[in-house]
Design a protein around this ligand. Sequence first.
Ligand SMILES: [Zn+2]
Length: 99
Amino acid sequence: MTITAYPPQRGKVLTPEAQGERDDFDRSYDGGNCSCHLSPPCGSCTHPGNPRNQEEDPDAWMDDILDLDELEREARAAVAWTVDAAAARHKLEMGLPPF
Ligand SMILES: [Zn+2]
């Protein structure tokens, strides 16, 4: 079973240290393997690299070097341009003025 953690905020990624703990957690517990039903709290749940623990730890996160908002704006602009270009081409083929 794999636990997928989402950053507490958009534009955040794990720090290198936190990523190392995450990798160690994934190696040690295969992304989960909670055994609280045997002896709570188990080593999986108390591991600092457990995604659920990292979600609640602001120090595990840093600003992403990628500006996702900027990328989204650029992607939307590119899609809008493609649609406009296709519409203009279509009108041209129909013998209509392009805009
Ligand atoms: Zn557990």
